[in-house]
Design a protein around this ligand. Structure first.
Ligand code: HEM
Length: 149
């Protein structure tokens, strides 16, 4: 893989140009502020998405998939995506799920592992079960877009 240099201002590696927009997040946001509150607002969401990634890069089942990828960017864009979907006051500036996961070769088992980590992170943050399940239901239809086998 040819790596571009990190942008000194953001610490991120530039990606190929794409059209930005909330539609790239792959799901419509919840109405009202109930879900944002259930997740502890932007600070709570940040802890949950960071924890999900920390658990994922430490998991021998899936850690190799994240090697060589820009985790600075993924931390930012995953936070934005979840924050946008929970209607917690963010815009999503990342790529769409198909483009972002193309060529990664992720499987259903990889996805299950990632979801386990998200569930653990939500549990540790004391997000109620109904609110956890509402977020998971928003992500579930993305399954075939983020996996290839
Ligand atoms: C519903 C499930 C998933 C969601 C919501 C999600 C979300 C995202 C987001 C927001 C990005 C960044 C887009 C961008 O850079 O513009 C991304 C990229 C990435 N995702 Fe996922 N993802 C999911 C499943 C997975 C799974 C199962 C894996 C592997 C175990 C994975 C590995 C990656 C990697 C390695 C990248 C970086 C790609 C690159 O550097 O170009 N994702 N994902």
């Amino acid at each position: 893989m040819v790596r571009k240099a990190r942008d000194p201002a953001t610490g991120e590696i530039p990606v190929d140009p794409y059209v930005q927009g909330d539609a790239n997040a792959g799901a419509h946001p919840f109405a009202g502020d109930g879900m944002a509150r259930a997740f502890g607002g932007q600070a709570g969401i940040r802890r949950i998405t960071d924890r999900t990634l920390d658990l994922s890069v430490a998991d021998p089942r899936i850690k190799a998939i994240f090697e060589e990828h820009d985790m600075v960017r993924l931390r930012r864009t995953l936070f934005e995506q979840v924050c946008f979907i929970l209607n917690a006051g963010c815009r999503y500036s990342g790529r769409d799920m198909k483009v972002a996961h193309k060529g990664l070769g992720t499987t259903r088992a990889d996805l299950n592992a990632l979801v386990e980590h998200l569930q653990q992170a939500m549990r540790e943050a004391h997000v109620s079960f109904p609110a956890q399940n509402r977020l998971l239901a928003k992500l579930a239809p993305m399954d075939r877009t983020v996996t290839e086998r």
